[in-house]
Design a protein around this ligand. Structure first.
Ligand code: XUL
Ligand code: MN
Length: 344
């Protein structure tokens, strides 16, 4: 088994099974109990939303937010875990109802920038520089609702405010084309990295590719990763899977399309991702049907499939690959890939 990859997930990946059509079906698991599961499941990194670390942050003064975040850091240290990133959860607050950074209301935009600064205080207390911006409601349900040109400038202004607030802060933009909005302003890694170049310090702004988000945009996740890797900007991944164009499913990695999963692992291997020290993040949901005692299996299973696919990539016969490419015989190459994947 390849061992050099480091894995992370977020506390929201262990959840009680509520969906838009029904209530929770499993008891909720406390944050402290979740932390105890990380090592058992084979994970070293914790992905945070700011209010995963400090739940009542909107009610608290900055100094108290920092104090509580430092307590969480002690919990991490106690479990031998590290924080991978902190992401501001802007989409649940009433002020973020119509987008936060791109709200038409200047007061809401100002609130969002302040929240980003508090998110940075939490990140520092937890010992990470990395902020993930999943721009949930930064888009519209109807095109006429906002000036889309202005909206992009608002996004740049918000990121610049963070870069200026903390000279060590880094941002990974996590693109997603839709859900909850009909259309999001940053649907692909191309959009994200073009925006990054227009910020005050492009070297500190990169991207995070989530499998399901790329598929929802009609794109190949491995090519999205390759684009970011080619620019030195793949700063995290959210591996999962997606069965067609529907709601964001966050299925177990490889469960819908094993070959696409193979190609994501292949591109991470080709790009030397393990050597960058960046985490392989999972963003996977347990099925609602799963019983409480088995509702963490999706995490360990996704990791196991990833590592098995690393082996598949490393043991793919290079001579066959070279010959097929030299002959431009892609039928033979495809058959070789499929036989390798089915173990024949
Ligand atoms: C939403 C999603 C988020 C981000 C973090 O689709 O993937 O969980 O990863 O905010
Ligand atoms: Mn994600």
């Amino acid at each position: 088994m390849a061992a050099e990859y480091r894995f992370s997930f977020g506390p929201w990946n262990i959840h009680s099974g509520a969906d838009p059509f029904g209530p929770p079906v499993r008891p909720s698991v406390s944050f402290a109990e979740k932390l105890k599961l990380y090592k058992q499941l084979g994970f070293d990194g914790v992905q945070f939303h700011d209010d995963d670390a400090v739940p009542d942050m909107e009610e608290l003064a900055p100094a108290e937010i920092e104090r509580q975040a430092k307590e969480v850091k002690k919990m991490l240290d106690g479990e031998g875990l590290v924080a991978e990133f902190v992401a501001p959860r802007l989409w649940e607050d009433p002020r973020g109802i119509d987008g936060a950074f791109t709200s038409n209301d200047p007061q809401c935009r100002a609130w969002a920038v302040e929240r980003l600064k508090r998110c940075n205080d939490i990140a520092n207390a937890l010992g990470t520089r990395l902020h993930v911006l999943w721009l949930a409601r930064e888009g519209t349900y109807i095109r006429e609702a906002k000036n889309a040109i202005q909206a992009h400038q608002h996004l740049i202004d918000a990121i610049n405010a963070l870069l200026e607030y903390d000279p060590h802060a880094e941002v990974a933009i996590e693109p997603k084309p839709n859900e909850p909005m009909d259309h999001a302003y940053i649907p692909t890694i191309g959009h994200a990295l073009a925006l990054a170049e227009r910020t005050a310090d492009p070297g500190r702004v990169g991207g995070l590719i989530e499998t399901a988000h790329a598929l929802l945009a009609g794109l190949d996740p491995s090519d999205e990763m390759a684009f970011a890797l080619a620019l030195g900007k793949l700063w995290s991944v959210h591996l999962n899977d997606q069965n067609g164009l529907k709601f964001d499913q966050d299925k177990t990695f490889g469960s819908a399309n094993l070959r696409a999963a193979f190609n994501q692992v292949r591109v991470l291997e080709l790009g030397g991702y393990a050597g960058t020290g960046r985490f392989v993040g999972l963003d996977v949901k347990a099925m609602r049907t799963q019983k409480p005692e088995a509702a963490q299996k999706h995490l360990a299973n996704s990791r196991e499939i990833f590592l098995l696919l690393v082996e598949k990539v490393r043991t793919f016969p290079r001579d066959v690959e070279r010959q097929c490419i030299a002959d431009r015989d892609y039928e033979a190459l495809e058959l070789a890939v499929l036989k390798h994947l089915v173990g024949s």
